[in-house]
Design a binder for this molecule. Structure first.
Ligand SMILES: Cc1cc2nc3c(=O)[nH]c(=O)nc-3n(C[C@H](O)[C@H](O)[C@H](O)COP(=O)(O)OP(=O)(O)OC[C@H]3O[C@@H](n4cnc5c(N)ncnc54)[C@H](O)[C@@H]3O)c2cc1C
Length: 489
């Protein structure tokens, strides 16, 4: 009897609640929200939570963050959480921004309102040594991935800095170690698991949803889906690696550039050559006491000692060694050693604004940037400019949204020590972008800042690819659930 009475009581209160909910849509809406979020196993942080600001700050790696606040941060624990979060956002009219590790220089993960879907806890990796492939989740970092791959005698063109998460790095392109030989990393994505705006999880591969595979090979922070797993074609771990590094006074830069041009003409793709201008000498001193120098690094990747020494020959025979104030020539290393941090703060989170170009004129570009760092510097001496010489010869662009616009890569990084440096750095960047325009063929989407240079996004893709991306976005995400590039709708 008691049970029956209880049942009737419950049924009647449910009917009353339903009636109230129907007459009051906001209550029905609220119930639906909590029901959907309840199924998420990972962490949910609301704007009203006391610790929201701490979580918010941890979403972006950089010291200086834009004042943009998502309503909700969802730290997914697994793929199902990703689907729940996407469904929740869609059903409740929220937009979604995606984070693998928050290193994007334009701080693309932070947007006002909506859901920030954090994938950094998705870190599974598995290898198949037989066909030299790997499946990995987006939260794993470059150095960790390379360390695990080594146990299987495998390697990959992961980012030059170990802390860079693979998720955003891969989707935006991926200029990694040995990239002149192994090509840009995204072209080694052979399949992926993707959660689409309608909540379906699909596979993209050479045989299924090929247009999605094409897209994630380079689209960057404008993708209309969530990649929860990448399948990569790995490379055999090079058995021999040789590294040479020289620091040359900046007044010798014109002669260094002549040498770099000669080396680039003679070199094999298996020799990666980088030249960086920055306040790096003497190393291990406070940056205020350091001089502006050019650091030239050359790394040869092969399978025998004899071969790497032969690959390094154009560098060893050049005049760079004779001009250097500090050098470490023909250092025999292993792949992991590439991740030993340099004695500079090259990878500091004080980066405030970053830009890049693809060019046919790396020498003129480097000279221009070095002159600006010397004569008209940005706010902090920790700012620097980087050039990659002969990085994209004979590459086929057709199987990826990524586009090469030149054989050489140039990027530059303005640092800020305090808030007051931010605005002057933007002005410095605007002047620099204008000055380097004559040498600019196009841009790389992972190192641009569309907060200040929105037109650089289009400059990362050929016209044909840009049009195709727009059509695919309309097809896969007609209601614009996922945020696209900053300052684009
Ligand atoms: C110190 C440092 C060193 C670097 N070195 C290199 C380098 O050697 N080579 C190089 O090419 N780049 C380099 N970068 C740039 C780097 O590739 C980008 O910053 C990249 O975006 C970082 O990845 P992330 O996972 O942190 O991206 P996040 O900041 O987390 O994401 C950026 C955007 O990418 C998209 N995105 C990310 N993950 C996913 C996903 N799983 N599914 C769908 N969309 C996603 C989203 O739109 C997101 O807003 C470096 C950056 C830093 C800070």
């Amino acid at each position: 009897m008691n049970t029956r009475r209880n049942f009737l009581k419950k049924a009647s209160s449910l009917c009353t609640a339903a009636a109230v909910a129907i007459s009051n849509p906001s209550i029905a809406f609220a119930k639906k929200i909590s029901a959907s979020l309840d199924r998420i196993k990972g962490k949910i942080i609301r704007k009203s939570d006391a610790n929201y600001k701490l979580w918010w700050a941890s979403m972006v790696w950089y010291v200086f963050k834009p004042e943009l606040y998502p309503d909700l941060i969802v730290k997914a624990k697994d793929d199902k959480d990703v689907i729940e979060a996407v469904n929740y956002a869609r059903e409740n009219g929220h937009r979604v921004s995606i984070r693998s590790g928050g290193h994007n220089p334009a701080r693309a993960v932070l947007r006002d309102g909506g859901v920030l879907l954090d994938l950094s806890a998705l870190r599974e990796v598995s290898f198949n040594s037989a066909d030299k492939t790997a499946w990995l989740q987006p939260g794993i970092r470059s150095e960790e991935f390379i360390e695990l791959a080594r146990e299987h005698d495998l390697a990959f063109p992961a980012a030059h800095t170990g802390i860079v998460p693979m998720g955003g790095y891969l989707i935006g392109g991926g200029l990694g170690w040995n990239w002149p030989e192994w090509d840009i990393a995204c072209r080694s994505i052979i399949a992926a698991e993707i959660v689409l705006a309608d909540g379906r999880k699909v596979i993209a591969s050479e045989t299924e949803n090929q247009d999605l595979l094409w897209t994630i090979r380079g689209v960057g922070p404008g993708f209309f889906g969530v990649v929860t797993r990448y399948k990569l074609q790995m490379f055999p771990l090079p058995k021999a690696i040789l590294k040479s590094k020289y620091l040359v006074p900046i007044d010798k830069l014109p002669e260094v550039i002549v040498e770099l041009e000669t080396i680039t003409k003679a070199k094999s793709n298996k020799l990666e050559v980088l030249a960086v201008a920055g306040h790096f000498y003497p190393p291990n001193k406070p940056v205020e006491q350091q001089q502006l120098v050019c650091a030239v690094t050359a790394i040869a990747f092969a399978d025998s000692k004899k071969e790497v020494f032969a690959l390094m020959d154009p560098v060893t025979r050049s005049k760079i060694s004779g001009m250097s104030i500090l050098q470490k020539e023909n250092d025999e290393i292993v792949f992991q050693d590439l991740y030993i941090p340099p004695p500079t703060d090259f990878a500091s989170p004080n980066r405030s604004i970053v830009e890049n170009i693809w060019t046919d004129e790396p020498g003129k570009s480097l000279q221009l940037l070095a002159d600006r760092l010397k004569n008209n510097p940005p706010s902090s001496n920790r700012s620097f400019a980087l050039t990659g010489w002969g990085v994209s010869p004979d590459k086929d662009d057709s199987n990826s949204s990524f586009t090469y616009f030149g054989d050489h890569y140039v990027s530059w990084y303005a640092m800020a020590e305090e808030e007051a440096h931010l605005v002057p750095n933007v002005t410095w960047m605007e002047e620099t972008v204008k000055a380097i325009q004559p040498y600019t063929n196009g841009h790389y989407v992972n190192e641009i800042d569309p907060r200040h240079f929105p037109d650089h996004v289009k400059g990362c893709f050929s016209e044909e690819k840009w049009q195709r991306l727009a059509k695919l976005r309309l097809h896969y995400d007609p209601d614009n659930l996922f945020h696209t590039y900053i300052n684009h709708s």
